[in-house]
Design a protein around this ligand. Structure first.
Ligand code: GLV
Ligand code: MN
Ligand code: MN
Ligand code: MN
Length: 386
């Protein structure tokens, strides 16, 4: 808890919640803190080609046991999503060291860059680049809402974006990956659980174009207002999702130029959909096109990221549930572990969240449950590295 306390004020937005985004000042401060904490434990920190941090306990090498998570947040995020996994990994290393334990295989604590996609739009940016799931040219050109490219942001944080791309050295070393994370819904009623599956999910940008114009002089009949089809698309997303048992969210909608007395010329909205999401998007695209045509507007739809359903390694899951006597649970939240699962046996541990709320300041874990999470992670790492 004192490690989490170290971070309590970093990137805290005045209105509550955290703003810690890929390669910004807050995330950079968190990364510096991680380097310092790793150093105190005698770990050597390397930065890979994509800006992920690897703290090695002993020499780097193949078939490594790797644990960790991310330090960035969503806009207005909670204190636990991401940092809990990093802090728990450091605490577990301390416990193992205090017990005189030496890992019998290479061992690293990892911090993945921009897991949330809160700044550049693509979630699991660091792990997607590492595994080759994201094209490095596309990544370099991604822009944040201020127009800064990922290439510029990475360079300003000391990560050379020309080196972005699948990193066979870093990837080839991962023998097993275990990520501890706060539970993000209402699926866990004991302190610690083991992940079973991660729901399929993606993000799409719907861009509506109309005619910017004067709010006072333009009679309704003459308007081509892209806000109307955008609004209808938000409502249609809920309607379509409810018939398909899908989770669909519009958490970001940007009218341009954004004046109260200006009919917007364009409206961009971003859809996050999970579970049969491509089917939802196909239907929703038709609804958006109909709504746009009725207002004399146009719409384009771009898939910005996508990941299929992930089932974590069953042998590893069985081992962890047996070792910890813990239940398994699925999740609708995305994780770097879900990206890595295609490359190495991967597992997740979840720590109970009594509020059932996440990606919001109310996200929480009791001290006692955090402690149980660290004990569980320590046991898992010990068992997997002997
Ligand atoms: C990230 O946590 C996500 O599930 O969107
Ligand atoms: Mn998250
Ligand atoms: Mn997370
Ligand atoms: Mn996540």
């Amino acid at each position: 808890m004192s490690l989490l306390d170290d971070l309590a004020d970093v990137g805290r937005a005045p209105g509550g919640g955290y703003a810690r985004h890929g390669f910004d000042r807050a995330e950079t401060e968190m990364r510096e803190w991680f380097r310092e904490q790793a150093g105190r434990r005698g770990l050597d920190v390397e930065t890979d080609r994509n800006g992920n941090l690897w703290a090695w306990w002993g020499a780097p090498g193949p078939d490594a046991l790797v644990t960790g998570s991310h330090l960035d947040s969503v806009p207005g995020g909670g204190a636990f999503d991401g940092p809990l996994g990093v802090v728990s990994a450091l605490a577990a290393v301390s416990r193992l060291q205090d017990n005189g334990f030496r890992p019998a295989r290479p061992f690293a604590v990892v911090v993945f860059a921009e897991e949330e996609g809160g700044r550049f739009g693509v979630p699991c940016l660091g792990s997607r680049l590492l595994t080759g799931a994201l094209d490095p040219d596309r990544a370099r050109a991604l822009r944040d809402p201020d127009g800064t490219t990922l290439a510029e942001a990475a360079a300003s944080a000391g990560v050379d974006p020309r080196h972005f791309g699948r990193d066979d050295i870093a990837l080839g070393r991962i023998g097993t990956f275990v990520e501890l994370h706060v539970e993000q819904g209402r699926a866990l009623d004991v302190p610690v659980g083991v992940g079973s599956t991660v729901l399929e999910h993606g993000r799409w940008r719907f861009s509506f174009t109309g005619q910017g114009n004067h709010a006072g002089t333009t009679i309704l009949r003459d308007r081509r207002d892209p806000m109307l089809p955008a609004a209808e698309t938000v409502l249609a997303a809920r309607k379509i999702a409810s018939t398909m048992d899908v989770r669909a969210t519009v958490g970001r909608l940007v009218p341009h130029p954004g004046g109260t007395n200006v009919i917007p010329s364009t409206v961009d909205l971003w859809l996050d959909a999970r579970g049969n999401s491509r089917e939802v998007v196909a239907e929703l695209t038709e609804a958006a096109q109909r709504a746009a045509a009725a207002e004399g507007c146009a719409v384009t739809v771009i898939e910005e990221s996508y990941g299929g359903t992930v089932t974590f390694d069953t042998a590893l899951r069985d081992r962890l549930t047996g070792l910890l006597n813990a239940p398994e649970l699925p999740t609708g939240a995305g994780h770097d572990a879900a990206i890595l699962a295609a490359h190495a046996p991967t597992a997740m541990l979840y720590v109970r969240n009594p509020t059932g709320i996440s990606h919001a300041p109310e996200e929480f874990a009791e001290d006692a449950d955090v402690e149980e999470g660290v004990v569980a992670l320590t046991r898992v790492l010990e068992a997997l590295s002997t």
